[in-house]
Design a protein around this ligand. Structure first.
Ligand code: PA5
Length: 503
């Protein structure tokens, strides 16, 4: 039987973009008109005075400005509670202007050499060594990237992620996709000892060594601390190509460092354009005029919302491609703010899908929600809605008025923003003009700087995550890792005393 023909369907804009990148065509990210058309905008139309008891007012926000400006000055001068093991963890704030052309070229050259050698690239890492890379890759790539022919991917290898969980079924399924292909790895871990990443790397390294022997060292990249840790030692012993996770940049702030750039370059993404996006937002965010500075306004709005009892931030997007960015925010904000009983829980949501799941709660449930929209304004592809003779679903008004699916999808943000605001939910709309690296760079930088300001406002260090260690210690004790015998004993005693309730 003949397969489906896509009659009357236009080109896939994402594939076109991937192929253009593959031919070396670049977005004109240095031109004024491109920059104007691709600038991130914060829209606060639905922030103030939502109906209900604990709305946010413009007056309250204005009263916060002196505190926010003080935090802004402290951040710029690297002052305050921003240290981890004696190092100011703010290396990310000037990285966009410190990063050199030579360094970007080294990354690009290494990435292209590896990409040309392999069929599939596997990025190994968790948390900040994973989420930003995946978010950026998914934001800019075809939804079913690995199922496309190499030509439609722009000539680059398939891309996979491992080491972000310990699910053997997920791992084994991924291996099925890799079977028979030439595989390259980038293992990313600042500490070099993260269990999930290390186990994934053990398995993959063994497979590569058994398949390609000596050549394995040309297939593995290690991204880790510049001088210490297990991975650094191994890389030196084996002669792997290495990249560095800077000392003064924590995982969740590291997407612009080698952590993110190497994998993005392998996937054919223009890393210079990405850096330019960071630079553009940085120059807006170092300004001292509050209302000209999107990160200060964003931080103040979120902090005020939290003060007024908004404990959940629904980060909703109308773009499947940007859902990963919402997941990146799900780490950035809670891991940075979740200290001393503080912080807003970030709930990534893809609309319309989620509107038919928890939309009732957002509209009429407990008024403890702030809603942030990542509002993609222009999609890559154009999908027309067919006119229908019978019009039983009553939708002919759409094609009659020349309205396509992208138009409907824009209303999937504008409609909920209006309705949820009327239901008492304050909203921040982040207008994301297009799916490109320049736009994402801006978005990441604004969020990173915003959460840093939030740390000052909440009164604690946003660059540490001591709480994450607690689960690791308990897991190591349960696994019987040497050095955790005492904790294992204590946990055993405590569990014995506990009433076991299983039904
Ligand atoms: O943001 C963070 O610091 C964390 O999410 C880390 O990135 C994550 O725990 C992975 O750590 P590592 O890179 O040391 O393996």
């Amino acid at each position: 039987m003949a397969g489906l023909k896509l009659t009357g369907i236009g080109k896939n804009g994402t594939v076109v973009a991937q192929q253009r990148r593959g031919f070396g065509e670049r977005n004109p990210f240095r031109s004024e008109s491109f920059r104007n058309a691709n600038q991130i905008t914060l829209d606060l139309t639905y922030l103030f005075d939502a109906p209900g008891n604990n709305s946010i007012t413009r007056k309250e926000l204005d009263s916060l400005i002196p505190n926010v400006m003080e935090a802004h000055r402290n951040l710029k001068e690297n002052k305050g509670d921003i240290f981890d093991k004696g190092i100011a963890m703010t290396g990310w704030q000037d990285l966009p202007v410190r990063i050199t052309q030579e360094h970007l070229q080294r990354i690009t050259d290494t990435a292209h050499t590896l990409a040309a050698r392999i069929d599939a690239y596997v990025s190994l890492g968790i948390g900040g060594s994973y989420l930003g890379i995946e978010a950026t890759f998914r934001a800019l790539s075809h939804h079913c990237f690995n199922q496309l022919d190499r030509d439609k991917r722009g000539g680059v290898p398939e891309v996979y992620f491992l080491g972000q969980n310990m699910d053997p079924d997920y791992f084994r399924d991924t291996l099925d996709m890799l079977e028979g292909k030439k595989v390259g790895l980038n293992v990313i871990s600042k500490s070099g000892t993260t269990t999930e990443t290390a186990i994934a790397f053990r398995i993959m390294r063994r497979l590569l060594e058994e398949n390609w022997g000596e050549e394995t060292k040309e297939l593995i990249i290690v991204t880790t601390d510049k001088s210490k840790g297990a991975l650094r030692k191994l890389a030196e012993q084996k002669g792997y190509t290495t990249f560095v996770v800077p000392d003064d940049i924590g995982g969740r702030f590291s997407v612009l460092s080698d952590v993110g750039l190497v994998g993005l370059a392998v996937a054919g993404i223009d890393i210079e354009e990405f850096v330019e996006g960071f630079r553009a937002m940085r120059s807006r965010c170092v300004q001292d005029e509050f209302w000209e500075n999107p990160c200060l306004v964003h931080a103040a709005a979120r902090y005020l919302a939290w003060m007024k009892g908004k404990k959940i931030e629904v980060v909703a997007t109308n773009s499947s491609a940007l859902y990963g960015v919402a997941r990146w925010m799900e780490q950035l904000f809670p891991e940075s703010e979740g200290h001393e009983g503080h912080g807003m829980w970030v709930s990534p949501s893809l609309y319309s899908e989620k509107l038919h799941a928890n939309g009732q709660m957002v509209q009429e449930g407990e008024r403890n929600i702030l809603e942030t929209f990542l509002f993609l304004q222009a999609h890559d592809s154009h999908m027309e809605i067919p006119w229908d003779e019978e019009d039983l679903d009553g939708l002919n008004f759409l094609p009659n008025n020349g309205l396509d699916m992208g138009h409907v999808n824009r209303k999937i943000i504008e409609g909920p923003a209006y309705a949820h605001y009327k239901g008492g939910v304050p909203c921040i709309i982040v207008e994301v003009p297009h799916r490109n690296a320049y736009v994402l760079g801006q978005l990441y930088y604004m969020m990173e700087r915003s959460v840093a300001i939030s740390g000052y406002l909440m009164g604690h260090n946003p660059f540490t995550q001591p709480g994450v260690e607690a689960y690791k210690r308990a897991m190591f004790a349960l696994l019987g890792k040497p050095g955790f015998e005492q904790l294992q004993k204590e946990m055993g005693q405590e569990m014995e005393k506990r009433e076991r309730i299983k039904i």
